[in-house]
Design a protein around this ligand. Structure first.
Ligand code: ZN
Length: 136
């Protein structure tokens, strides 16, 4: 079980880490139901390239906050198909994996790392096993 969930408030759009539970209270005062269905875990692999800079997470183009170097986030999601995109500083190149959360496939694990390039870095996101993620 994760320690906390990464959620986006449907009222104000703010992303935050909240305690695991069926609902949470946003800093704007809105009490929101935690999305039910499945979980997306993202692990940002340790990398010296831009380690101090947060990596932005987008699901279906919607911002879901940032992830720090060597951090794992757990995002509760309803059933559906999602495109995961991540950006790091000026780096916007990413392999944008598409995955499905369903009753048959409720938990998805992804690990991300930065591949340095001559002109721009690329973020590579790959499906992985829970055993490859610290803190899961
Ligand atoms: Zn809010």
């Amino acid at each position: 079980m994760p320690n906390q969930y990464r959620v986006v408030c449907p009222k104000c759009g703010k992303a935050a880490n909240v305690p695991v539970g069926p609902q949470y209270t946003c800093s704007c005062g809105s009490v929101n139901a935690t999305p039910q269905g499945g979980l997306l875990y993202i692990y940002r692999m340790g990398n010296f390239v831009g380690a101090a800079i947060g990596m932005s997470i987008y699901l279906n183009e919607n911002p879901v906050g940032a992830i720090a170097n060597k951090e794992t986030v757990c995002i509760p999601l309803g059933y559906g198909t999602y495109k995961l995109h991540m950006a790091h500083g000026p780096s916007r190149k990413c392999n944008d994996p598409v995955f499905e959360i369903s009753a048959a496939n409720p938990v998805v694990y992804m690990k991300a790392h930065i591949k340095p390039g001559a002109f721009t870095n690329t973020i590579l996101i790959d499906p992985c096993a829970a055993s490859e993620m610290p803190g899961v």
